[in-house]
Design a protein around this ligand. Sequence first.
Ligand SMILES: [Zn+2]
Ligand SMILES: [Zn+2]
Length: 351
Amino acid sequence: MRPEDILLPTPAGVCCKPGGFHIDPTRAVEKAIITHGHSDHARAGHGAVLATQETLDLMRLRYGENFAGSTQAIRYGESVTLGGVRVTFHPAGHVLGSAQVAVEADGLRVVASGDYKNVADPTCTPFELVRCDVFITEATFGLPVFRHGDPDGEIARLLHSVALFPERAHLVGAYSLGKAQRVIALIRRAGHDRPIYLHGALETITRYYERRAIPLGDLRPVRDAKKGELAGAIALCPPSALKEVWSRRFPDPVTAFASGWMRVRARARQRGVELPLVVSDHADWDGLIATIAATGASEIWVTHGQEDALVHWSKQRGLKARPLAIVGYGDEDETDGTAPGPVVDGEAPAE
Ligand SMILES: [Zn+2]
Ligand SMILES: [Zn+2]
C-alpha cells in the first residue's frame, strides 16, 4: 500500500478515498475532517463534519447553527474507523481545539498536522508528537529567518512600554481566533491585572475561551469605555482595525501587532506598527525541522506557506518530500493581515 492509497492530495485538500472523507477541504464536500477553526481550514457547507468539540463550537459561532449537515465531536486520543481506515485525533498546540489527524491503514500511518506549534501556550493543549510514515506539515514560517523567540519576552516589551507611557493607550493588533486570547493570557501571566479592552470583533471568541475554563481576567468592550479610561490601558483589536477610524478614539495610541511576521522589520514598518511583537501560533523554522525529524517520517508533504525551503531541507536529509500546492490555505491566521476575514460580531471584519 502506498501513502496515496490512504490520503490523496487534491487541489481542494487531501482526500481519503477508502474512508470517504477530506481533511480541511477548501470546497464543500460530503464528509470533512477539520483540524481547527481558522477560516482557511474550517469552511461552512460540508455534509458531515468530524472535529473536536471546540472546533465545532468555533465553527458554529462563526458560521451559525447550520454550518454543516451533521457534526460529530471527537476527543484527543480517540479513534474512529471509517471504511477500514483508522482516524485518531492528537493535539496540535495551534489554537483551542486544534488537532493533528492520524490516518492509518495496513500498518501505514499518515499524520495531517493542520497548523501547529511545538511551544507552550496557556490557551490550548500542548502539541503531541506522533510517530508516522508520512508527515503532512504546514510551512507558514518555513524559512530559516523565522525564529520566533520567547513570547514572554515580547509581552515584557509591551508591558515595559505601558509603564513608560502611562498616558498613552496601547493598541495591540491580534488575530481573532487564538492569537488574541493567547496574548491576553500571556499578559495576565506576566502579572498585569488591570482591565484589558476588546474590539467588538474579538468578543465572541474570547468569551468562548473563557467558557472553556481559560481565565483571561477583567475584559471590557472598547465601545463602553470613556476616552480617559483608555489612557494607559491595553486594548486588543483585529490587525485591520489599527488603521481604521475606530482607533481614533484612543488617546495617542502606541500601535503594536502580535504576529510571527513581525520578525521582518519591513513588514512592521509597512503597516505603521510602532511596537512589533513576535508572537506566533505556528512553528518557526527550528520548530518545523525539529518536528519533522522527530516524527521519524520518511516522507514529508508540505501544504502551505514557504514550501520550497522545507522541501529542500527534507530532501537533503534523505527524505522524500513534495509540496502539495493546495489553493486556499493561509487566508486567515498569520497571513500578513491583508486578506479579509469573517465578520464575527457584525461590527467589523476580523482581519
Ligand atoms: Zn490556523
Ligand atoms: Zn493554515
